[in-house]
Design a protein around this ligand. Sequence first.
Ligand code: FE2
Length: 246
Amino acid sequence: MTFPPLLPALSVTPLAAIEVERRHLLAASALVLAWPRALRRCADVPSWEQFLVEAPKRVGELAQGKSAAEQDAYLYTLASLAAQIESVPGGKLSAFARLDPKVLFGMLHRGTPFFVVEWRLEPNAVLPAHCHPGASVCTLALEGAAEIRHYEVEPGAPAYDSKSEDAFTLRETRRQRLRPGALSTLSATRDNVHGFRAGAEGARGIDITTMHGGDGSFSFVDFDPETPLDPKLGSYEALWIGQEPR
Ligand SMILES: [Fe+2]
């Protein structure tokens, strides 16, 4: 993309040139002044409490978007705010299912347009891959280290809640090391399945979840993440297994 120059070509009379230049300088000044305002707005959300107050104001309208592009605009704006959070206070956590090493969850905030779940993975804990129908998630890592892997369901798969025992194909779309400050997002239409594997020191983070028509139901996916059907494609044979991980 080519941007127009701030100053016009010198093919005008001197007086006109001065006037045009003055207008451009005013426009440029307005632009420069706008940046610090934007930066000050960013600086307004350094604490967790301020994030919970300011972020919904900033992203509330974007959260209403229905298209994939609108959801991404929402998620990346939310992520840009989450990236500035100084620290996140820990809440009360409970062990999920019978996973061993333990995976612990706690509701940290319920609000509109999002709610926030804190998670802690014990050393080497695994939270198996699961889907988020009609929802988006912005994951922010806070402590330790973990690997997060995202997947998408290939067309033709049974519905996640169909109780079908028919296998389907899952395709890996992203693999990322989560370290403190790292962000990873999924939307209702992309990267919607994710799973976590903690490193030797365990990991802690939050998931900022927004419903885009979903009702909160989901399913874990049973597959072997180390045995792809096709390593080049990153495809896996998978089954929906409901809300109890294996
Ligand atoms: Fe999740």
